[in-house]
Write a protein that binds this ligand. Sequence first.
Ligand code: SF4
Length: 366
Amino acid sequence: MSIDYLNDFRDPAVIAALQAQIKKKATRPINIMEICGGHTHTIMKYGLPQLLPPQINFVHGPGCPVCVMPKERIDHAITIANMKDTILTTLGDMIRVPGSLGSLQTARAKGADVRALYSPLEALSIAADNPRKTVVFFAIGFETTTPMTAALIDRVVSSEVKNLLFHVNHILVPPPVCAIMDGGGAIDAFLGPSHVSVITGSDIFLPIAERYKTPIVISGFEPIDVLESVLKIVRQFNDGRREVENEYSRAVTPSGSQKAKKLIERYFAPRETFRWRGLGDIPQSALKLREAFSFLDAEKAYEGLLPNDPIDDHKLCMCAEILKGRAKPVDCKAFGKACVPASPLGSCMVSSEGACAAYYRYAKSF
Ligand code: SF4
C-alpha cells in the first residue's frame, strides 16, 4: 500500500487516537522545546497545544536561523550592499530582518543592489552576468542549508568566476541547545529538528540526551509526526528512559548524508565563537571558510570596514527570552501591537519560521 505523504500524516482519526494516548499516559508536566521553526509553525497551525493536556507545554527554541542572526551581522550585509559596484545576494526572509542600519529591504529601496535568491546557485550566474561588479553571497542557515553553500563554493572554485565572495553565517544546532541547558533552561525534552537531522543524522544528538538526561525525538513536520513524537517523549518519562529516538525515519538516518557532510567538511571549519541574537557568544557554534578558501571570504576582503560591536535589540523585544524557552510571544507587550509582521520590532516576527510570526499568523489557535 502506498503512503499519501500529505493526507496520511493529517488523518483526523489518527490525530484523535494519539491525542487520547497522550492524555492517558501524560502523568507529569513536561516542557518540550522544539528547535526547528517548521515545528513551531506545525504546532501553532494545527492548534496542538489545545489538543493536548496541560501537562504538555511547548516552548520555542533557537530554531529559526534568521531570528538568531545578530544585528551587527545584518549591518555587515547592509554595509556591503551599499558599497559601489556591489551586488548583495541572500536567501528569502533575510532581507526583511532589521539591523541597526535598517534592513536589506530598506537598503534596496534606497538604491542598493540586493537580490533575494531561491537557491544559492543563482549567485553564480549573477556573478557571471556582472563581471565588473563584486557579488557577495550572504550565507545563512543551519546544517540544512550549509551543503547548498558548499555546493556553490565547489562550482566557484572550478569555474572562471572571480567576482563572487561569501559572507558566511552558517550555524550549528547542538551548541545553542547546550548553551540553553547550561544556562539553567527548564527544558525536559526536545523535538529534534527534521531537515537538519537529514544532513547530520540523529546520532549527533546522543551526547545532549546523555549529558542533560533529556529525551530528544527527531520529528517530521506533519501534525501526526509531532503528536507521535510527543507520545514517544511521554513514554520515555514513564519508562525512565532519556534517549534519542527517531520518529522521522522516513527521511533521517543515524549517520545522515555522508555526501553533504563531506562537502561541508571540505570548505568549512568551526569558528572559535559566534554571537547569537538573544543567546550571546557561543563557542564552536558556527562555521567559517577554511583558510585555503579565505580568498572567497567577504569578511577578510572587507576587514576593518564592517561594524562589529554588539547591538542590543529593541528594549521592548523579548526575542531573547523566547529563544531560550523562558517566555512565549504573547508575553511580549509589543506582540500584535507595536510589533506585527508588516513592521516587526524583532527578528522573531520577521521570519516565516519565527515563533512570534507563527503566533500572529495562527492567533486563533491559542
Ligand atoms: S512580538 Fe516582536 S517585539 Fe515582541 S518578542 Fe516578538 S519580535 Fe520581539
